[in-house]
Design a protein around this ligand. Structure first.
Ligand SMILES: *Cc1c(COP(=O)(O)O)cnc(C)c1O
Length: 418
């Protein structure tokens, strides 16, 4: 029986969510729209199978086809990122990071990680996380030009003698000099870890530098710019393969989600195609097109500029509008972004000074520079008119007309059962 007969309530909300995704402009830089093939694999019979262990070494019978699926995912990821070893089982980005800490660190070990307000991620040692209770995280920052202060990072590394140096961020819009960080790590005998959760698609598409051949271990999500299912992955040098595998299972997780791993394999195949290179380049070009209009309209762009898929904009200093006010106004206009701290934000995380937005999802819909210019104009109008509900409703109508020209999941309907 179809979902619409079994559960009309869930069907109704899924249809509403589908329409929300269709009619709005999705600009949260960590979101994307997977292919229909990826959705199909997520809803496949692979979800029924227990497969604790790894291909060829399982604790359950009946894994002959699941082994093929997981091995394909591994082989494709290796090719895509030029990796020596890959583990595709992490359930998401946060558990992938926790597994790496478990694999490579002892409790109390020191890790240098980027400060959250400078673009780092919670899982990089923020005091509210479990990892911060186990390991000694020390935070580095960007300099006044908005780039990672490598001289200071080196000074901190020499002073604190970290076991590991961690780079890779959630709100940082610049390239990362992996070679320079690796040289600092070598000088102090530290391990190197890159968390490419946000930029994996840009790296796979060849438009950003790839840390995998340089660093000891790299973690990523598969659902952000890489455009796969919600999940995580660890890529590392051969010498860490055993420790990483052991940390993921049985260290941290139980049975792998093989339906998600099938979907990851499909996403990697898609990412290996020539079209994905075009997609990745367009993500960057679209972010630049947004940046041009924001600069024209007098906004203060954090970190100096964008060299990837996202922008962090200080709306408070630019327009005397808080991040919360801007997020709400844009929401009313049908444009989804998120409020975000700016480096050393004087305001609170609940109502910070900035907003963060990016282009992976809009680019998947087929939008290009011309649409970006129009959208950036609407964003500016929404921000400066954040108290004018009629104006915001008018923008929402324009947004609806634009999105109608870029169909999403054509033909899909939960209520019609298609
Ligand atoms: C999104 C993100 C994560 C966490 O991923 P989840 O899948 O939400 O657990 C980890 N690190 C970075 C840098 C991220 O941007």
């Amino acid at each position: 029986m179809h979902i619409k007969q079994i559960d009309p309530d869930i069907t109704k909300y899924l249809e509403a969510e589908l329409n929300r995704q269709r009619e709005g402009l999705e600009m949260i830089p960590s979101e994307n729209f997977t292919s229909r093939a990826v959705l199909e694999a997520l809803g496949s019979v692979a979800t029924n199978k227990y497969a604790e262990g790894y291909p060829g070494r399982r604790y359950y019978g009946g894994c002959e086809f699941i082994d093929k699926i997981e091995q394909l995912a591994i082989d494709r990821a290796k090719e895509l990122f030029d990796a020596e070893h890959v583990n595709v089982q992490p359930l998401s980005g946060a558990p992938a990071n926790i597994a790496v800490y478990e694999a490579l660190l002892e409790p109390g070990d020191t890790v240098l990680g980027m400060d959250l307000s400078h673009g780092g991620h919670l899982t990089h040692g923020h005091p509210v996380t479990q990892s911060a209770h186990i390991y000694n995280f020390i935070r580095y920052k960007t300099n006044t030009e908005g780039v990672i202060d490598l001289d200071n990072l080196r000074k901190m590394a020499l002073e604190h003698k970290p076991k590991m140096i961690l780079v890779g961020y959630s709100a940082y819009s610049r390239e990362i000099d992996f070679e320079a960080v690796k040289a600092i790590a070598n000088e102090v005998g530290a391990l190197t870890m890159a968390d490419i959760a946000h930029i994996a698609g840009l790296i796979a598409g060849g438009v950003m530098k790839n840390p995998v051949p340089i660093f000891d271990v790299v973690t990523t999500t598969t659902h952000k710019s890489l455009r796969g299912p919600r999940g995580g992955m660890i890529l590392c040098k051969k010498q860490f393969a055993k420790a990483v595998n052991k940390a993921v299972f049985p260290g941290l997780q139980g049975g792998p989600h093989e339906n998600v791993i099938a979907a990851k394999a499909i996403a990697f195949k898609e990412a290996l195609s020539p079209e994905f290179k075009v997609y990745a380049a367009q993500i960057k070009a679209n972010a630049k097109a947004l940046e041009v209009v924001f600069i024209e309209n007098g906004y203060n762009i954090m970190f100096g500029k964008t060299e990837n898929h996202l922008l962090l904009v200080d709306v408070m200093s630019s327009k005397n509008v808080t991040g919360q006010q801007a997020e709400e106004a844009l929401d009313k206009a049908g444009i989804t972004v998120n409020k975000n701290m700016i480096p050393d934000d004087p305001r609170s995380p609940f109502d910070p000074s900035g907003i963060r937005f990016g282009t992976p999802a809009l680019t998947t819909r087929g939008m290009r520079e011309e649409e970006m210019k129009q959208i950036a104009g609407w964003m500016h109008e929404a921000i400066i008119n954040h108290e004018d509900d009629a104006k915001l409703a008018a923008i929402r109508e324009d947004v609806k007309q634009l999105t109608a020209r870029f169909p999403l999941y054509e033909g899909l309907s939960y209520e019609r059962g298609e």
